[in-house]
Design a protein around this ligand. Structure first.
Ligand code: GLN
Length: 207
């Protein structure tokens, strides 16, 4: 599904005649990790990705993605570049995948009410794939887990949107969406679509 009205003249596929200003501008924190893959999915869905390396680049964005990678590296670089405070002040929807989820948790930016255990699947099964049941969808979602974290506690305001063996792997609290896996590494764009829907809803509320 493409965002209605999202395809400008330069959109993939070259479809024309829709309003380009309706393309949501989505920042992707581009300090380390899988930011390029998120940028590619966003382009595919007709959004306008913006690579974010400086605090001022958060201005004017409709949403923000914090990618997977190495959370210690992303946290260190964010602090050096003054991005921690800027992300705390950012008021739009934020989507964190894997290391990006760790950054949003209680022990880091404190934006989502979850406790996370890093590298929680141990060395033997450090990376694996599994089919996930996605809330409200018939078709399973292929989850790619890479040295994945586990959510060991979630506050009352946190909704679980997908589970693996009874454990939450996709969660949402208000404008925050987090995944322990990597939706940017498969062709299935449903999780990004879910995020873009919340971005669209948030901008409707603002306007
Ligand atoms: N193990 C990484 C960390 O703790 C997260 C893995 C990932 O983002 N794929 O930062």
């Amino acid at each position: 599904m493409l965002i209605p009205g999202a395809e400008g003249p330069k959109a993939p596929g070259g479809k024309v005649g829709r309003v380009s200003s309706a393309r949501p501008k989505i920042g992707v924190l581009a300090l380390q990790g899988n930011f390029r893959e998120h940028v590619a999915v966003l382009r595919r869905l007709g959004a306008e990705p913006v690579e974010v390396r400086k605090a001022e680049q958060l201005q004017g964005l409709d949403g923000l993605i914090i990618p997977g990678g190495e959370s210690t590296a992303i946290a260190r670089l964010s602090s050096i570049y003054g991005l921690e405070e800027a992300i705390r002040r950012f008021t739009g929807p934020i989507f964190g995948t894997c290391a990006g989820m760790i950054l949003l948790d209680r022990d880091h930016l404190g934006l989502i009410d979850i406790h996370v255990e890093r590298n929680a699947y141990g060395r033997q099964v450090a990376s694996f794939e599994a089919d996930l049941a996605l809330d409200g969808e018939q078709e399973p979602l292929r989850g790619v887990f890479i040295r994945a974290p586990r959510v060991t506690e979630a506050g009352q305001g946190v909704d679980v949107l997908a589970e693996l063996d009874g454990e939450p792997v996709l969660l949402r609290q208000g404008r925050f969406l987090v995944a322990t896996f990597h939706p940017e590494l498969t062709d299935d764009t449903r999780v990004h679509e879910l995020f873009l829907e919340s971005v669209r809803e948030a901008s409707l509320v603002r306007s």
